[in-house]
Design a protein around this ligand. Structure first.
Ligand code: ADP
Length: 410
């Protein structure tokens, strides 16, 4: 079975095509700058070099048409016919309280997704646009929605409720949902495999540190807390997002600077975090360079970033009453030895610590960077959200076929 995995954002579509029978990716790529001038399709067949095509790509339908056509192209393609795509798995950011696991997409599911757009106005509409585009282009093939929120549905009520009037939770679902669920699930599960222990026996803290960043407490195979909340703005300091802060601050700034709701949202989501503190960049590589050159605000942003991660690791070890492993993933977690070293400083008192040489030499590959006497293992595990989406899609489509067979044989 070949499964196309799609992650549709506001102006981009990321894709990966898997051959699930062989368990290998056939090709991957992305379309960027959709609806802007100079849109680019970057495509990399598994066994050949990357190729780039630029042109006007006005919307998600055109973007996915380009993806399908390059997957079929004589020079860069990996399949012969559209019908060689057997199912599509879509990343959907928000599943609300309704979708606690992946689901086969049908009209009813689309209706529920439409009804919950208010929960994720910056993400879900683009995910849904991708689904509709696929339905137009690929016709009646099975499609599955895999939700970022689903892995966190096991968070207990005392951890997901905010200290606000309860009626707001009942009326508007104001509660912690958490995001990056497929990534936290994948790396936590891989950690158990690497440690050769049962997933259900372990307390694992997973640090997904990309442009967006979140931490999860995975207790006996279930997410029991996570740093992102009602939206992906809460928790860690991120590239351009503030993370945790006193909510009164925003009320005060809105008054002082006479900001509209839209401007306040932009301030917190686009101009805060690493870029806001440093004034240099939201990109950790630029920040590390500037810090090396003696830029004090870059140093401050780096220190604040690492300190926030450390605080979460501390609180989640207490929440789980124990800790077996800490996992670093995402662009920064996988690549930045500086961030890992700073976060892991002075943790020997809880039995955690890293080996400087192992930390310095690992390069975005699975590795155990713990010091040899550490009881709490520290692992670097590159995330693979696409693979999780492909596997979920395969399971759901397979189950659906079986259900149909049972019904017809009755
Ligand atoms: P996204 O959340 O958009 O998927 P990524 O997971 O790709 O983002 O992470 C992007 C972040 O990873 C950026 O801050 C980038 O600077 C950082 N990063 C990538 N490579 C390195 C590196 N070698 N050293 C430090 N940071 C890196």
């Amino acid at each position: 079975m070949n499964i196309l995995v799609l992650n549709c954002g506001s102006s981009s579509v990321k894709y990966q095509l898997f051959n699930m029978d062989e368990g290998i990716p056939l090709a991957k790529g992305d379309v960027t700058r959709i609806g802007m001038s100079g849109a680019v399709l970057s495509h990399k067949p598994f066994d050949r070099p990357m190729t780039k095509v630029s042109g006007d790509i006005l919307d998600h339908i055109m973007a996915i048409e380009h993806v399908v056509s390059i997957l079929l192209s004589p020079n860069h393609g990996v399949i012969k016919d559209k019908s060689d795509i057997h199912a599509v798995g879509h990343r959907v950011v928000h599943g609300g309280e309704m979708f606690t696991s992946s689901t086969l997409i049908n009209e009813e599911v689309m209706m529920h997704l439409r009804n919950m757009i208010e929960l994720a106005p910056l993400h879900n509409p683009h995910n849904m646009r991708g689904i509709s585009a696929c339905q137009k282009i690929l016709g009646d093939i099975p499609m599955v929605a895999v939700f970022d929120t689903a892995f966190h549905h096991t968070i207990p009520d005392y951890a997901y409720i905010y200290g606000l009037p309860y009626v707001l939770y009942k009326k508007y679902q104001i509660r912690r949902f958490g995001f990056h669920g497929t990534s936290h699930y994948y790396v936590a599960h891989r950690a158990a495999e690497i440690l050769n222990r049962k997933f259900e026996d372990l307390n694992i803290i997973t640090c997904h540190l990309g442009n967006g960043a979140s931490i999860a407490a995975v207790h006996k195979g279930k997410s029991v807390d996570t740093s992102m909340g009602f939206t992906p703005l809460e928790g860690l300091i991120m590239g351009t997002r503030s993370g945790d802060m006193d909510p009164a601050i925003i009320l005060r700034i809105m008054g002082l600077e006479e900001l509209s709701l839209h401007e306040a949202r932009t301030l917190l989501n686009k101009h805060s975090g690493l870029i806001g503190i440093s004034g240099v960049s939201s990109d950790m590589r630029d920040l590390l360079e500037a810090k090396k050159e003696g830029n004090n605000r870059a140093r401050l942003a780096f220190d604040a970033y690492c300190y926030r991660i450390k605080k979460y690791i501390g609180s989640y070890s207490f929440a789980m009453a124990g800790l077996d492993a800490i996992v670093f993933t995402g662009g920064i977690g996988e690549n930045s030895k500086e961030v890992r070293a700073k976060v892991m400083e002075d943790m020997d008192w809880i039995g955690a610590g890293i080996d400087a040489e192992k930390n310095n030499s690992t390069k975005a590959i699975e590795s155990d960077i713990s010091s040899s006497d550490a009881k709490v293992r520290t692992l670097v595990i590159p995330t693979n959200e696409e693979l999780v989406i492909a596997r979920e899609t395969q399971n759901i489509v397979g189950k659906n076929v079986q259900d149909k067979e049972v019904k017809t044989s009755r």
